[in-house]
Design a protein around this ligand. Structure first.
Ligand SMILES: [Zn+2]
Length: 115
């Protein structure tokens, strides 16, 4: 079953990142792991958990940090490609990224104007 409604992050999670195109919630600040990632269009953040996304078919890509199996992730509401998910990392030092999500900064907006 495809969930047609949008997920909302709880009221205790007021520092949220949303899709810049349609304002769907994407992630809470608590799920942020690292801000030091590089996407194809600039800086990107690594998150532990995101909502309102669909993922594409995993494919192997050679990244700066070695070979990874990744899939593109899309906003469930407006279908914009936001970043990617690490399905599998082949280098031991990169294993921490498995199951984590990258969202490019240009696709996110901070709700409620927090900094
Ligand atoms: Zn969107």
């Amino acid at each position: 079953m495809v969930k047609m409604f949008q997920d909302y992050l709880g009221p205790d999670c007021h520092r949220t990142y949303s899709c810049v195109h349609c304002r769907a919630h994407l992630a809470g600040h608590a799920a942020l792991i690292s801000k030091s990632f590089q996407g194809s269009q600039g800086r990107a953040y690594l998150f532990n958990k995101v909502v309102n996304i669909d993922s594409g078919i995993p494919e192997e890509r050679l990244l700066l940090t070695g070979m990874h199996a990744v899939c593109d992730i899309f906003c469930k509401c407006c279908k914009t490609t936001l970043g990617w998910k690490y399905e599998r990392a082949y280098e031991t030092s990169q294993k921490y990224k498995e199951g984590k999500f990258i969202i490019e900064l240009i696709h996110m907006v901070k709700d409620n104007g927090w900094s």
